[in-house]
Design a protein around this ligand. Structure first.
Ligand code: MV4
Length: 473
């Protein structure tokens, strides 16, 4: 068993990891930047090490500083959380080279799956269904043109080193392709230091469905069902749920088996997520693998009763999975809402500040994962996630009603502070969300031109695609 874990992250996930460690009798080391010195995890953890100034590059992304903190405190493992260094193969390797257990897949697996074209080739060889597209990077405009003509429009150009929707461009016709290719290459070089891109058939109005898997280092793997994450704005998820609503059980089963086959082909160890797009025809298509614990992992925990961080730590320590697929039971429905300090009225601009009021909801089957508390000053330096509000209920209708009730109870205030709470309640009120028939187009409909003037549920013309912003999750 692990004795002491350094948590290489901040905010709600750092606290969430520390809590499971405490339950397991594992000692914890928090690391923090100057801006985060008053963050709750700093006092919650057994030890805390200052690793640098506010900018993440100088602290949470600073590999030597993090590794040094782990060695100095005698930690035997490092949990990277999500974002930051969680999918950095170099970091995982440096941990290993210094005798530290990295809580995540081996560096070789992170590197393989981090190259989205390599992942596409591996997964198609493992029998997973892919959208038509390239299995190798597309180097020239002429090559991209030829490929797109063969695939048929619309197509999407993605960075090989990307993921999570960063640096992608949708192309609707031949005339727009060469320029989009050029721009995506330039963007990929700037964002990832890797200009390689690939082309795929673009599937509009699809659903984003992902399968949680868990593998040990002894060849055992289980799936923990599907999450729907179709409610997104600029690739930041706002609402997630487990199970994915309205999908036939046999479809989810085939997706789960596909994910396990893919995990086996990759030599996966740890907790991971296989992302799929599901079209209106209920065909599913492999998108990418996320080699980390995800923000939305608690909806899976609520429905399965399995603490995913606990299982991550056990597997990282070399233990076998403590249960078989047959022992995994799925019960009821869980929904998560991400409460960000952002102002929906100002295009979701960050709106952090001093929390003069912070009163989370309570009551039956409500979970709040947050680093917020009254008096906390939310630093402006990092992503705007302040709290994850989760509910469980026996069915989806009750879960949505419970979530709306809990959102109504949640009180967050302070000078200049705004949150997404009101917007989330509008999403929950949408007719197609309630029916579970919504797609990734839902938020554009609520925020697009004239959105306020139209009745909920009315479908507007899709907005023109725009380059996508950087996100850390
Ligand atoms: C796509 C797609 C449609 N067609 N690829 C976004 C996250 C990344 N993992 C993959 N993503 C997508 N890839 C093809 N070929 C749609 C998405 C997508 C999306 C696109 C625009 C607006 C919101 C979206 C939400 C989820 C997925």
């Amino acid at each position: 068993m692990l004795r002491k874990v350094l948590i290489a992250n901040r905010g709600e996930i750092a606290l969430r990891i520390a809590r499971t460690c405490r339950e397991m009798g594992v000692r914890t080391v928090a690391v923090y930047s100057t801006q985060d010195r008053d963050s709750p995890v700093v006092s919650y953890a057994d030890e805390a090490v200052h690793i640098g100034p506010g900018p993440a590059k100088k602290s949470y992304l600073n590999i030597p500083a993090v590794v040094e903190a782990a060695l100095q405190t005698g930690a035997d493992a490092v949990h990277p959380g999500y974002g930051f260094l969680s999918e950095d193969a170099d970091f995982a390797e440096v941990c290993r080279d210094n005798g530290l257990v990295f809580v995540g897949p081996p560096p070789e697996v992170i590197a393989l799956l981090g190259d989205k074209t390599a992942a596409r080739r591996l997964m198609t060889d493992a029998g997973l269904p892919l959208l038509p597209g390239s299995l190798d990077p597309v180097r020239t405009e002429a090559e991209a043109q030829e490929l797109a003509d063969a695939i048929g429009y619309p197509v999407i150009i993605k960075a090989a080193a990307g993921g999570g929707g960063r640096g992608m461009r949708v192309v609707h016709d031949r005339a727009a392709l060469a320029r989009a290719h050029r721009e995506t290459v330039t963007g990929a070089r700037a964002l990832f230091g890797d200009p390689r891109v690939y082309v795929e058939r673009y599937l509009g109005a699809a659903r984003h469905v992902e399968i949680q898997i868990l593998c040990d280092g002894h060849g055992n793997g289980v799936h923990l069902g599907a999450r729907d994450c179709s409610v997104q704005r600029r690739h930041q998820k706002l609402v997630e749920e487990c199970p994915a609503p309205g999908l036939p059980a046999e479809l989810v089963d085939r997706m789960s088996q596909a994910a396990l086959a893919g995990a086996k082909a990759a030599g996966y160890v740890g907790a991971g997520t296989f992302e799929f797009l599901v079209g209106p025809d209920l065909q599913f298509h492999f998108m990418e693998v996320n080699c980390r614990i995800q923000v939305e992992h608690p909806v899976t925990e609520m429905v399965t009763g399995i603490d995913l961080v606990r299982e991550q730590l056990r597997v990282a320590a070399g233990d076998r999975l403590g249960f078989t697929q047959e022992q995994v039971a799925f019960r009821g429905v869980s929904v998560e809402c991400r409460i960000n300090v952002e102002d929906p009225a100002r295009d979701f601009a960050p709106a952090p500040g001093h929390l003069t009021e912070f009163t989370p909801p309570g009551g039956p089957f409500v979970r709040v994962d947050t680093h917020g508390r009254p008096g906390y000053r939310v630093p402006p330096d990092y992503d705007s996630l302040l709290a994850k509000l989760l509910v469980w209920a026996p069915d989806r209708e009750q879960a949505i009603a419970r979530m709306d009730r809990a959102l109504e109870e949640f009180r967050i205030d302070g000078p200049g502070v705004h949150t997404t709470i009101g917007f989330l309640r509008r999403v929950l009120a949408e007719e197609d969300f309630r029916a579970g028939t919504h797609s990734t187009a839902i938020v554009d409909r609520l925020t697009g031109p004239g959105a306020q003037a139209h009745a909920p549920g009315r479908r507007l013309a899709p907005p023109t695609p725009s380059p996508v912003e950087v996100s850390h999750v």
